[in-house]
Write a protein that binds this ligand. Structure first.
Ligand SMILES: Nc1nc2c(ncn2[C@@H]2O[C@H](COP(=O)(O)OP(=O)(O)OP(=O)(O)O)[C@@H](O)[C@H]2O)c(=O)[nH]1
Ligand SMILES: [Mg+2]
Length: 449
């Protein structure tokens, strides 16, 4: 896939739409410098140097005074010549300059096309391509840190390590198949050991992928319970904002509200829902239906009880519909009563009013999310569904290979299976990948990256 000759020059605005201090346009390809000469006062360019420049239209009309930078091939992001133009942060102005770039011979870049060129030039592999998208979309500092690990190639190193040795083993096996009389088959015991070791690495990567995906995407946590227990008060506390209306009137919350929050740098979405009770009010009934829907679809349910009422009949009806493996019991208003009969041992006593117990609640949430023990220095947390699915396939291939070793004449079967594993591993890093997969990955990118 790498090493394709690039002949056309692409251009795009790299900064987001809207108004900002500065906007940046990027031009990549053999014509980059020629286009910059047409549109700016700079005629010569020193690599890796930013220079002041007057930016003008092809007609000569001055558009802005900005800066221009040049990155010479192959030491640039894409591997081609790159020109970056920095102008004042009016999106209108940036679009006008982009129009001039196109008039001067550039083509509008597609989504992620700069990164695609970097991949095709062999500058980065496919896991790093995905890491670029992950970095741009990071919703918390932990997510950004994880993306950086992937960008630095921790996934690639692990996968390539397995693939490289597997290629050697495969070569040994194939040599035996070609010269059965001269070469002895590699002993079953050592083959078994090797594949078992690789399988273990894959199983570990899959086990940690759960936490990786949570770090990347966060989870949805719904506050659920009967009316007036303090769901909205807790929601406001955790969101550190007075978003939801709080009153002592039962049925205050009618619709659901969402807040993007972070707990210890892990991003999540908190959902406040309408209190569940028997109601005749048409609007409230619709709100309650939504609460029940959230109970089902949330990744985690915070079931809120009122310490001053204890477990009432209304609570019992809600309890019957709670998903037991993803529910945390919370007894709110613990400032008024710190013991509720028949509550589970692990129920958390909190107070939205005083803040009591909220630190413990945050800790429990992280524990339940499986991210309490994250250690990026020791583990690799894959956070791409594509990579995860591929790993599941590889695990299955290794399982088949381990069974094959036990059969008579195992060597032929093993050659086929190891070949399959080498290809599947190569698909993760992009060493072997179809155009279809590449198109799919880049379709999720933004233009200008
Ligand atoms: N003492 C005490 N009162 C609280 C606490 N949390 C909430 N309240 C009070 O309980 C009442 C109901 O609070 P909300 O947050 O509106 O309760 P809710 O569960 O969202 O109620 P609905 O929206 O009607 O379902 C308000 O008067 C709050 O001030 C708490 O921790 N301690
Ligand atoms: Mg409420």
């Amino acid at each position: 896939m790498a090493g394709k000759q690039i002949t056309d020059t692409i251009a795009a605005i790299a900064t987001p739409p809207g108004t900002g201090g500065v906007a940046m346009l990027r031009i990549s390809g053999p014509q980059a410098r020629a286009i910059a000469r047409v549109l700016t006062s700079q005629k010569t360019f020193k690599p890796n140097t930013i220079l002041p420049a007057t930016i003008h239209a092809k007609s000569g009309t001055e558009l802005d005074r900005g800066m221009i930078a040049f990155f010479k091939n192959p030491q640039s992001y894409t591997g081609d010549d790159i020109i970056e133009i920095y102008c004042h942060g009016s999106y209108f102005l940036a679009q006008q300059i982009l129009g001039e770039c196109l008039r001067a011979g550039a083509r509008l870049a597609g989504p992620g096309e700069f990164t695609k060129r970097a991949f095709l030039a062999g500058k980065i592999d496919l896991t790093q391509v995905e890491a670029v998208a992950e970095m741009i979309a990071a919703k918390s500092s932990t997510a950004a840190q994880l993306a950086l690990k992937h960008l630095e190639g921790d996934v690639s190193r692990a996968i390539r390590g397995i693939r490289d040795t597997l290629v050697k083993t495969l070569a040994e096996i194939e040599a035996c198949l070609d010269y059965p009389d001269e070469l002895a088959e590699p002993p079953r015991a050592s083959l078994t050991k090797q594949i078992q070791r690789y399988k273990k690495t894959i199983v570990q990567l899959l086990a940690d992928a759960h936490a990786g995906l949570i770090i990347r995407d966060g989870i949805r946590i719904a506050l659920v319970g009967k009316t007036n227990v303090g769901k909205s008060s807790l929601f406001n506390r955790l969101a550190k904002a007075s978003k939801a209306i709080v009153t002592d009137v039962h049925g205050t919350t009618r619709d659901y509200l969402e807040a993007a929050i972070t707990i210890k740098d892990v991003a999540l979405t908190l959902v406040d829902t309408a209190g569940i009770r028997d109601s005749q009010d048409q609007i409230e009934i619709m709100g309650i239906a939504r609460s029940k829907e959230h109970t089902k679809t949330a990744d985690l349910v915070l079931f809120v009880l009122d310490a001053t009422t204890g477990i009432a009949e209304e609570d019992k009806k809600i309890i019957a519909e709670l998903p037991p493996d993803k529910t945390i019991w919370i007894i709110n208003k613990a400032d008024e009563n710190s013991s509720v009969a028949n509550a589970p041992q692990d129920a958390l006593y909190v107070s939205a009013k005083t803040g009591q117990g909220l630190a413990a609640l945050e800790k429990t949430i992280l524990k339940q999310m499986d991210v309490a023990k994250i250690d990026m220095s020791k583990h690799i947390y894959i956070s791409s569904l594509r990579q995860k699915e591929q790993l599941i396939r590889i695990q299955e291939i290794f399982e088949r290979a381990l069974n094959s070793i036990k059969t008579v004449g195992y060597i032929d079967l093993l050659a086929v299976e190891l070949k399959e594993a080498v290809v599947a591993l190569g698909e993760i890093t992009g060493d072997e990948v179809s155009e279809e997969v590449i198109t799919h990955i880049f379709s999720n990118f933004c233009v200008g990256k």
